[in-house]
Design a protein around this ligand. Sequence first.
Ligand SMILES: Cc1cc2nc3c(=O)[nH]c(=O)nc-3n(C[C@H](O)[C@H](O)[C@H](O)COP(=O)(O)OP(=O)(O)OC[C@H]3O[C@@H](n4cnc5c(N)ncnc54)[C@H](O)[C@@H]3O)c2cc1C
Length: 545
Amino acid sequence: MPEGGARDALIIGAGHNGLVCAAYLAEAGLEVTVLERRAVVGGAAVTEEFHPGFRNSVASYTVSLLNPKIIRDLELGRHGLRVVERRLANFLPLGEGYLKVGAGRTQEEVAKFSTRDAARLAAYSEHLEKIADVLRELVLETPPNVTEGGWLEAFPELLRSARLGKRLARLDMAGRRELLDLFVKSAGDYLDGWFESVPIKAAYGFDGIVGNYASPYSPGSAYVLLHHVFGEVNGHKGAWGHAMGGMGAITQAMARSAAERGVEIRLESAVREVIVEQGRAVGVITEHGETVRARCVVSNLNPKLLYGSLIDPSALVQDFRERMQRWRCGSGTFRMNVALAELPDFTVLPGRTTAEHHTAGIIMAPSLAYMDQAYLDAKAGGWSKRPIIEMLIPSTLDESLAPPGRHVASLFCQHVAPVLPNGASWDDHREEVADLMIDLVTSHAPNFKASVLGRQILSPLDLERTFGLIGGDISHGVLSLDQLFSARPMLGYGNYRGPLKGLYMCGSGTHPGGGVTGAPGHNAAREILADFRRRRLDRGRSKGS
Ligand SMILES: Cc1cc2nc3c(=O)[nH]c(=O)nc-3n(C[C@H](O)[C@H](O)[C@H](O)COP(=O)(O)OP(=O)(O)OC[C@H]3O[C@@H](n4cnc5c(N)ncnc54)[C@H](O)[C@@H]3O)c2cc1C
């Protein structure tokens, strides 16, 4: 049993989910400490100066999935968070011409390529929205857990399953077919079924491969597309926006909210080991050699990192250990931040003063076939010869990020191999691939290369070293059917608990997965508080939890 003086909860990692979990636990009266390895909170949702005078969201770069309930409960607005919408959602420079996607604009833009497709857009959105609504309802739910115990353990899970079944039963047969399509099909097959013109399929198909090391024709990529549309900005469903001050403004607001509720956050305090006594997690040892004991330990880390690196293997049964080793991670993502002397001047839409397309997510990938080839190249040689890039220039919406007249851009580049073939190291190829990315943007905007004043390069290996994202995986594990919902991170442990008593998971490796949602942190806190109430977690004091 934990000894006196122990904290109620100790959270490993101050990523946004760790902070959300901490805030909810503290709100319920628990004494909570968060230990973070880096010198800044936020994990992959962080704003940093990457070049003198230039700040950016250096990893995740755009907001939509952050759950409105969490924004309200943590009072993130009062703690300084303000999210603004882009003036245009997406801009795709094509070989000839361009496509703009955005509220009230898409139909007339798509009609340039196909009047049939333009006429089908409303029905497409309606179908997708119907399924996205189902997902939205499930995001803050704990998935039914597959149990091995007797009916006492199984009964609550059966009730959960019945509630889920009831929700799905609200879908008519067409809706159920759509749901099946979106969970198992490829994004490419799904979109080919709807549209005939190439650019709109590229615009929507990008969501199926973003952060997903796969071809748009890989089965399961339609789910990834769906995963990227369940969010909203200021009540506008499916929209993506910008957090003023960058993604770090979200996590700074969360940290303030948590601190106000009494959470202690310690930076530069990496955890080296979780202490397990008689099958129960009772605290941690930090890299500095300090022991911190707690009634429960909550991990914000990729589950493979938690169970593979922080826990004595003898504390875990072999089957669990081996399955965790097989947890699939790796995003195919290469991330750059660039300081710019001026805005890119696109051949297909000239201009160096801020226009709506400069505020958009600029997708440089003109077709699904191009994306498929990018994946095949990366599989064969380690990176795409013609990569896929989404460029965002947040300084067009937020002057706080760059000196007057200058700009910052995020380049979210796909596809690269999470681990290079033939034993090659990203340390030897980082600059070469960064040059390729700059050249690709320059092929669309000829002034781009000369305008670069500074650049930060994050290969998959750098993302792993800096943020603890294994293989650069932006979601702490691939979003595939075998790694979702009750199976995230493993069948039998889909309810934020693991095989060791007192050890919980609250990061993106749990339901509903990656993205700056706050949902895993929110849901994990609910389960932990339920265990405190059921006295599964010993508590010396009698604060109302
Ligand atoms: C390049 C990139 C682009 C992305 N773009 C977007 C986007 O635009 N929009 C979006 O919604 N999502 C995006 N994502 C995904 C999203 O950012 C992540 O899924 C999410 O931030 C993960 O949050 P988390 O709290 O679960 O984990 P993390 O943010 O990974 O937090 C885990 C924390 O644990 C800490 N830690 C690790 N090891 C230890 C240890 N031993 N001891 C103590 N602390 C430790 C880490 O330093 C980190 O702070 C992107 C991710 C990346 C990498």
